[in-house]
Write a protein that binds this ligand. Sequence first.
Ligand code: 5CA
Length: 437
Amino acid sequence: MRRSNYFLPTLKENPSEAQIVSHRLMLRAGMIRQAAAGIYSWLPLGCRVLKKIEDIVRHEMDATGAQEILMPTIQPAELWQESGRYDDYGKEMLRINDRHERQLLYGPTHEEVVTDIFRTCVKSYRDLPCNLYQIHWKFRDEVRPRFGVMRGREFFMKDNYSFDLDKVSAVHSYNKMFVAYLRCFARMGLKPIPMRAEAGAIGGDLSHEFIILADTGESEVFCDKKWLDNDPLNIDVNYRSDLQSIVNKWTQFYAATDDKHDPDSCALPDSEIFEGRGIEVGHIFYFGKKYSRAMNATITNADGKEIELEMGSYGIGVSRLVGAIIEANHDSNGIIWPESVAPFRVGIINLRSGDNQCDSACDKLYEELKTVGIEVLYDDRDERAGVKFSDMDLIGVPWQISVGPRNLKNGVVELQRRGQKEIKEEIPVGSILSRFL
Ligand code: 5CA
């Protein structure tokens, strides 16, 4: 992409409405624009990152055997009246009447819709286990939307729903998701802590939140100080091993959110407990028959008996992750994207646009990188070099190649890694491409 054609409305000044660094940087880097409180448009740069995260999540969900579907954002109230949650959900649910005065709502989550699909389409135990997921928009009319995409009203979520015949198989499905979550977040360069958590409005008694420690996080958390060590767990997370043993290892050190933490029953002495804040990037629930019982979702087992389905649901805050990754990866100049989610992998800075030699070297490099499928942002604008450097730092492109007349005379360009400014490498123009293959 040529910067001169790219819709990237960066801001020089810090927007006054943003209280935390990720919100500030997302606005300054031209990633999002607020449309209404807690409701955002995603501009090209933000959209690229959101899609990268979505792709990682999709890939890891597919690897578990889960199947992607799309359910409507607008749902009929009847399903929620059946499950008993229509009144319970309160003001967080956005309720709508259509022209026929039928009651609808914008889905804050999808347990009811998916249970309805399942009970009408699946009748036999032979179709189990089954895990369906979607990556889609949700709406919750939060009392206090804040921190940009961290606590939005409209937000992008990955939600899975598992269906099993019995509890043993349902816990296996839960464990599979637990492991998939660890894999997803690791690929994004994050180190989440799985914490015992309350199931709240979703229900059930087995539940973990995946928390990224950050002072700006909204959750109050308690965990064993061992979690703060650089690598308290160095475990290969794969599906070849026994899943329960991986989960056991990841839950061997104490970790709980504030509503689950009980100082009286916690075996650790106070001196070994870290009390801090974190960002909840994922939440998984095993709730057994809560919805299948209320909504009469049954299946015929091998003995011909009608039994209620065992279910769980599993959420990842895809749009929240964009903010969480920035909270974990930035400096005073801007964002430092992990390569796996970066909007562009390489940035080219033309230090003297208008100079024939610089222009043609940049054009050639840009075309070559594009041809081999590398995502590249080429700053070809007629701007001062300083402006280009600070913009490239702000938007956090991992690799920056600067092309200037002096270096070109010696046949070299300069390569820098975002976040490691002290390391500069001069590389012959002809061999730069091979660095990225
Ligand atoms: N039905 C279940 C699992 S699919 C569910 O809705 N779980 S949840 O309420 O915990 O949400 C899942 C994830 O969505 C959370 O872990 C969080 O990362 C994200 N999330 C929840 N509320 C918001 C919000 N207001 N803004 C941004 N992300 C949110």
